[in-house]
Design a protein around this ligand. Structure first.
Ligand code: SF4
Length: 262
C-alpha cells in the first residue's frame, strides 16, 4: 500500500507588500511553510532587494523559480508579441506554470494574500485539484491598515519602489499607470529605454504595438509634464508624501495580476 504524501504548505512572495505581510503573519504559526518567488527576469532591483530582505527575516530560503527562463525567452516563443491584459502569456508562463511545476502532484495548501477589504478577482490562481488555496487575511478580517502595521512592526517597512510605484511585477508591466511609467523613467531610465526598445521593434516592422493601449512610451514621455500636473491636480495630498505608491494603491482599480502584485 502506498503511503500518503504529506501536505506541503506554500506561500508565494511577489515582492509586494501583502504577500510579505502574510509571510510575516504566518511565520511562527506555520513553521513548515515553504516560500517561493517566481522571478520573471524583468523585476525591479527594489523588488529583488525586498525579497532578499524577506529571506533573511524569515530565516528560510525562498526558492527562486524560472531560473534561466525569463521574459525574453517566452517573448521569442510568443512571436515577439508583447503581452497584454487580454493575452497574458507572461503570467501563465512566468508565474503559474513554474508554480505548478514546483508543486508537482503533491497535496498543497497555498496561502494567498487577499485582504478582507478587497473584492478580489480569483482568476489566475491554479485550479489543479491537489492545490487548495486559503486566504488567512480574509478569514481573520485583516485589511490594508493591518498589513501596513505588520510590515512596520517587523521593521521591514514598505518595499522601496513604493516611493514611486504601487506594485511589484515586471518593470514594463502593462498594468502600470502613466504616472508610474514616468516614475520608471525617472528612477530607472535604463529600464524605460529597454521597454521603449520592445515597442521600437514593432514600429520598425510597421506595427503599432505598445505597452499602454492609448499611446507609445515616446508619446507618453513627450507629455510627461502634463501627466504629472494632472496627477497632482487629482491628488493634491501628493506634495505631503513621497509615497506615491500609497496614493495609487488607494486608487486601486482592482485590475492586475494577483500572482504578480500581491
Ligand atoms: S507583472 Fe505584469 S508583465 Fe509581469 S508577468 Fe505580471 S502581468 Fe505580466
Amino acid at each position: 500500500m502506498s503511503e500518503e504524501k504529506p501536505v506541503r504548505h506554500l506561500l508565494g512572495l511577489s515582492g509586494g507588500k501583502d504577500s510579505a505581510a502574510l509571510a510575516i503573519y504566518l511565520r511562527d504559526k506555520i513553521p513548515e511553510m515553504e516560500y517561493f518567488f517566481a522571478d520573471t527576469g524583468a523585476e525591479l532591483p527594489e523588488t529583488l532587494e525586498f525579497v532578499d530582505l524577506m529571506e533573511d527575516y524569515l530565516g528560510k530560503p525562498i526558492t527562486r523559480l524560472n531560473s534561466g527562463r525569463g521574459f525574453d525567452y517566452y517573448l521569442k516563443l510568443n512571436g515577439n508579441f508583447l503581452p497584454t491584459a487580454r493575452s497574458r502569456w507572461c503570467t501563465t508562463n512566468l508565474k503559474l506554470k513554474p508554480f505548478e511545476n514546483f508543486v508537482g502532484d503533491d497535496p498543497v495548501i497555498s496561502y494567498v494574500a487577499i485582504r478582507a477589504d478587497e473584492q478580489y478577482r480569483t482568476g489566475y490562481i491554479s485550479t489543479k485539484p491537489n492545490i487548495k488555496a486559503v486566504y488567512p487575511f480574509k478569514e481573520d478580517g485583516k485589511n490594508k491598515e493591518d498589513i501596513v502595521a505588520i510590515l512596520d512592526e517587523s521593521g521591514l517597512g514598505m518595499p522601496k519602489y513604493y516611493d514611486w510605484r504601487s506594485r511589484s511585477g515586471c518593470y514594463f508591466c502593462f498594468y502600470q499607470r502613466k504616472i508610474e511609467w514616468i516614475g520608471l523613467h525617472e528612477n530607472h531610465p535604463d529600464f524605460f529605454e529597454k521597454a521603449r526598445e520592445f515597442e521600437l521593434y514593432h514600429k520598425n516592422l510597421g506595427r503599432n504595438h505598445t505597452w499602454s493601449e492609448s499611446e507609445s512610451l515616446d508619446e507618453m514621455l513627450a507629455r510627461k509634464d502634463e501627466i504629472k500636473a494632472k496627477f497632482e491636480e487629482l491628488n493634491p495630498n501628493k506634495k505631503n508624501t513621497s509615497l506615491l505608491g500609497a496614493i495609487l494603491d488607494d486608487d486601486d482599480d482592482d485590475e492586475g495580476c494577483l500572482v504578480c502584485f500581491k
